[in-house]
Structure formats: structure tokens, C-alpha cells
Design a protein around this ligand. Structure first.
Ligand code: HEM
Length: 524
């Protein structure tokens, strides 16, 4: 055998040394600050689950700053936790198409809502879907929907009056169940021209019960363990594990129930015989059906979009309204001030009144969404290497101070929305419900994020909530109608917040009863 030349051996040795150095070299991400006390098995994730939503993140932000990393369960790579407004703006506004829903979030969105607008990835496909539905959710269109929204809301409120008259004054109500009926009714009527009969119809019951079943298992420890396993082993998504598959019951209920009624048989058989809205506004269903008729949407996608909008169109608004009523019950002064403001406008405020003449109502909504954002944590994964700019410099373990963090493809980024909304360094008495803060000077702009009203309640950028205008308008209409008929007072129940993809309230000691916000409801 021929001897290897010294030059060849030296080159090999050099290459090996470079390789070893590269392997040992830590990336800047691995030099980011790390909270103390992580579990060998669960990393920091069990601490996050066990504490009130956002609390662990706020403690870490206080100690480590706005950008740090945490250890993930089952030895998965570290997660970048980002509360820095510049970094968040960069991801959500400038680079959202390079940051996809993670392998644990995306299948969950498909199960919960459907493979519709909230699930799709890729700029071209996302923009196509968004363009299709946006005319139905524009401010002009929502203004045209106003009479129908008002009518639907007042029917639901009248149903509640009858219920309270039957139950007797001083009734304690899980207000979440009522708001769910009211908002499902609105989305049914204005988006799908479908009557859920004030949320009393058989179909409404089936959808709302299915959703409660889907939420219940996941907030318990078993649900947490399953979630952690899913993060590490995404193939488990397809196995028949009850706490996972239960999340999908509501979607399947919509697709096999109301969606069949919404898409008339003539359209299913012959696309030319298209049902068209006769109303004064562009309802969502007609837009979806037109796209289907033109061949721009498959039969499967049509049903996935319907379930997406029926569920996302009511659930978050349900919770926002219920959290407000619960807070009004606990803060009689806020309730009285809101009532005084509503007394200054006509019985049925116009679209314009809601825009400009009711600032305290607006402040109550903002304060509710600040403290109780429907999506408390957002998780995205980089699909390409990137450099994230930071407004607040961060000190790395090698002593350098940097204002940007390079990341690799596959990096998980967690934006702890609820913690950002409750940062003591930004918001005075951050944990308190104080709508007045929105009428006084806000914190300095550089400390705030750039989403709707300086919150991330509706996310931000090209993938922000497409339904936010409808959500805000129906919230204001329903709350105003309720305030005309009822007063609310506190029951003293201890309410715990937990996350089951969205923020869910539970009464301590009655976890098996499912999400609940009990409130005393009195007729005025
Ligand atoms: C107070 C009520 C609401 C809140 C707090 C809320 C919040 C959000 C948030 C945070 C996102 C971003 C989700 C993510 O990036 O993973 C989102 C997206 C979305 N929301 Fe809402 N939402 C509300 C009401 C509505 C309504 C009424 C509709 C339908 C009419 C709706 C339909 C959607 C859809 C389809 C998306 C996906 C948008 C996209 O990816 O382009 N939401 N919402």
C-alpha cells in the first residue's frame, strides 16, 4: 500500500479539528440566558403548565430580560422565548411566512378548526384564501351586517331574560354557556345565513357540547403529558388517544351537521345552481360557495373553511364577553361607569356610536383582551435561518452584549402573549382590571408591541385575526344589550385560568364540570 503524504495527513487533521471546533462551538442562541431550575425530563415546561398562565414567563423576564431560552421537555432543542417588541414585529409583520405553526400546533389547528385559513402555510396559498374571505369581514360589510347582528343579539338577550325570570332573580349562571350560544347565533346568521335559534337548536347544542368535551381533558396532567409527547413525537397526533382526538369532535360535528345544511344539495350536485346571498351584505358562505363553483376551492376545502369559521368565529368572542361580564361582576364601579356611559347614547347605538362615542366601552374591551387574550402563547418554527433584531440588548454567556440573535432552521420561538400583556415593567398594576388606563396616557411606545391597540390579542401582521372587526362589533352590541337588562355581581367562586390551546376559566374544586365563569345575574 502506498504511504500517505505528510501534506495529506496534515490536511485531514486540519479538517477534523475544524469539524470538532464547529461541533463544540455554541451558537448565540445557546448562549442566551436560561432560567434556573429546569427538570431533567420536563425542562421548564412543567413549571409553565403548573403556574398561572404567563406567571413563570413574567418572573423569568424580570430576572433575565425580554429574550431568553428555556429547556424543552424530553430533551428537545431549547425554545427561544421572545417578548421583545422589535423581535416580535420582525416575525409577525416582516417574516411571518418563514415562521410556520409548530409540529404540535398545526395538527391541533387542523383538529380543532379544520384545514382552513388558520392552518394553511405558504405565502401564495395563504394570500389566496385570505383574499377570498376578506370582503365579508371588512368594516363596510360589518356595518351593513349591523341590523342582523343587533337583532340576533337582542333575541339571545331576551332568551336570557326569560331564563332568569324562570330561575328567579339572584340566579347564578355559568355565563360562558350563555355567551357561547349568543355568539354562535351571530356568526351563524351573518356569516352563514344559518339560524341556530338563539343557540337553542339541536345543532347548537351538539357543537357547544362537543367543544366542551374537547377542552376538558387537556387541562389535566394527562393532557399536559400528552402535549409534551406530541411536541417530541408528532406522529402521535394520528393515534387514537382520547385527549387528543376529543379536540376534533366540534369540527366533525360542524362538518357532518350544519355544514351539510349550509351547502345546499343543488350546489353539491351541480355547481352551476349556486346559492347566492340575497342580503345587503356579502356573507361568507356565498363567497366560499362562489369559489367552489368557480373551481377555486375543492369540496373538502369548502367544508374545512366552514368549520374553521363557525368555530373560530364564535369561540374567542364567547370567552372575551364572558371574561368581561365576570370582571364587571367583580368591579361594581367599572360596571356603574360603563352603564352611565351607555345611558348617554340611544337604546340601540349605531355603528358610528360604537366607533367614537363610547370610549369607556372600548377601554373595557381592551382591558379584557389585555388580561385575558384568547391565544395566550404563540409558538412558531423558523423554516429558514434568520437574524432576529432586538430592541432590548441581551447579554450572552460569553460576555458579549448583542442586539440581534441569529437562529437556525427548525428553531422554535415562543411568544408569551399573556405575559407580555401583564408585564409590570410596562403596565402599572399589570394584574389589575383597570379599564381607565386606556383613557389615560399609555406606556411609552417603545415598550409596546405594534398589534391592535398595542396588544397581541389579535396577533399582528399578514396573519393577524381576520375576524377582529366582526368580533369587536358583536362584542359591543351584545354587551350593550346585556347591560340594558341586567346587573352582575360576584359569586366569590375561585376561578383558575388554564390553557387548552385557548385561555379557559375553571372553578377551583369543580374542574370536572368543565370551563366555567359563574356570575350572579339580576334583572334591572
Ligand atoms: C375576541 C375574539 C377573537 C380573538 C381574541 C381572536 C384572536 C385571534 C388570534 C390571536 C389569531 C392568530 C392565531 C395564530 O396566529 O395562531 C387569530 C386568527 C384567526 N382568527 Fe381570530 N380572534 C377572534 C375572533 C375571530 C372571529 C369573529 C373570526 C371569524 C369571523 C376569527 C377568525 C380567525 C381566523 C380565520 C384566523 C386565521 C387568520 C390567518 O391565519 O390568516 N377570529 N384570531
Amino acid at each position: 500500500m502506498k504511504d500517505l503524504s505528510p501534506a495529506f495527513i496534515a490536511t485531514l487533521a486540519g479538517l477534523a479539528a475544524v469539524l470538532l471546533w464547529k461541533l463544540k462551538r455554541k451558537s448565540d442562541l445557546q448562549k442566551l440566558p436560561l432560567p434556573a431550575a429546569s427538570s431533567w425530563l420536563w425542562g421548564h415546561e412543567k413549571t409553565i403548565f403548573e403556574r398561572e398562565p404567563g406567571h413563570a414567563f413574567n418572573e423569568w423576564t424580570r430576572n433575565l430580560g425580554l429574550t431568553y431560552r428555556i429547556k424543552a421537555a424530553f430533551w428537545a432543542p431549547d425554545v427561544l422565548v421572545l417578548s421583545d417588541p422589535a423581535g416580535i414585529g420582525h416575525i409577525l409583520q416582516d417574516k411571518i411566512y418563514d415562521y410556520h405553526h409548530s409540529a404540535v400546533v398545526r395538527p391541533r389547528v387542523a383538529r380543532l378548526l379544520g384545514k382552513g385559513l388558520g392552518w394553511v402555510e405558504g405565502e401564495a396559498e395563504h394570500r389566496r384564501m385570505r383574499r377570498l374571505v376578506i370582503p365579508s369581514l371588512s368594516s363596510e360589510n360589518i356595518k351593513a351586517m349591523a341590523p342582523d347582528i343587533r337583532d340576533t343579539a337582542s333575541r339571545a338577550v331576551n332568551d336570557l331574560v326569560s331564563e332568569i325570570q324562570t330561575l328567579g332573580d339572584e340566579s347564578v349562571l355559568n355565563i360562558l354557556q350563555w355567551t357561547a350560544k349568543a355568539t354562535l347565533n351571530v356568526i351563524g346568521r351573518v356569516a352563514f345565513l344559518y339560524d341556530f335559534d338563539g343557540g337553542k337548536s339541536e345543532e347548537a347544542h351538539r357543537i357547544l357540547n362537543a367543544r366542551r368535551q374537547g377542552v376538558s381533558p387537556i387541562v389535566k396532567y394527562a393532557g399536559f403529558f400528552t402535549l409534551m409527547l406530541l411536541r417530541r413525537f408528532p406522529f402521535l397526533n394520528d393515534l387514537p388517544i382520547s385527549s387528543i382526538q376529543a379536540q376534533g369532535i366540534a369540527k366533525l360535528t360542524v362538518q357532518s351537521g350544519v355544514a351539510q345544511e349550509m351547502v345546499p344539495p343543488c350546489v353539491r350536485r351541480n355547481k352551476d345552481l349556486l346559492h347566492q346571498s340575497q342580503g345587503s351584505y356579502k356573507d361568507l358562505l356565498s363567497r366560499l360557495l362562489s369559489a367552489y363553483a368557480e373551481g377555486a376551492m375543492s369540496h373538502e376545502e369548502l367544508f374545512e373553511q366552514i368549520s374553521t369559521f363557525v368555530i373560530s368565529g364564535h369561540e374567542t368572542t364567547t370567552h372575551t364577553l364572558a371574561f368581561t361580564i365576570w370582571q364587571l361582576a367583580r368591579h361594581p364601579n367599572v360596571q356603574a361607569r360603563l352603564r352611565r356611559e351607555l345611558d348617554t347614547v340611544s337604546e340601540e347605538p349605531s355603528y358610528e356610536d360604537f366607533q367614537s362615542r363610547l370610549p369607556y366601552l372600548d377601554a373595557v374591551l381592551k382591558e379584557t383582551l389585555r388580561l385575558f387574550p384568547g391565544l395566550p402563547y404563540m409558538e412558531r418554527v423558523a423554516t429558514t435561518p434568520d437574524v432576529i433584531p432586538l430592541r432590548e440588548a441581551v447579554k450572552l454567556s460569553d460576555g458579549r452584549t448583542v442586539t440581534e440573535i441569529p437562529i437556525e432552521t427548525g428553531q422554535t420561538v415562543l411568544i408569551p402573549i399573556i405575559a407580555i400583556h401583564r408585564q409590570e415593567a410596562v403596565w402599572d398594576s399589570a394584574e389589575e382590571f383597570r379599564p381607565e388606563r386606556w383613557l389615560m396616557g399609555l406606556p411609552p411606545k417603545e415598550k409596546l408591541v405594534t398589534g391592535w391597540s398595542h396588544t397581541l390579542a389579535f396577533s399582528d401582521g399578514p396573519r393577524n385575526c381576520i375576524g377582529f372587526r366582526l368580533a369587536i362589533f358583536q362584542y359591543k352590541v351584545i354587551l350593550t344589550s346585556l347591560m340594558r337588562k341586567f346587573t352582575f355581581s360576584d359569586t366569590g367562586a375561585q376561578v383558575l385560568l388554564k390553557i387548552s390551546s385557548s385561555l379557559q376559566p375553571w372553578v377551583a374544586g369543580s374542574e370536572d364540570d368543565g370551563p366555567s365563569l359563574p356570575v350572579h345575574v339580576h334583572l334591572t
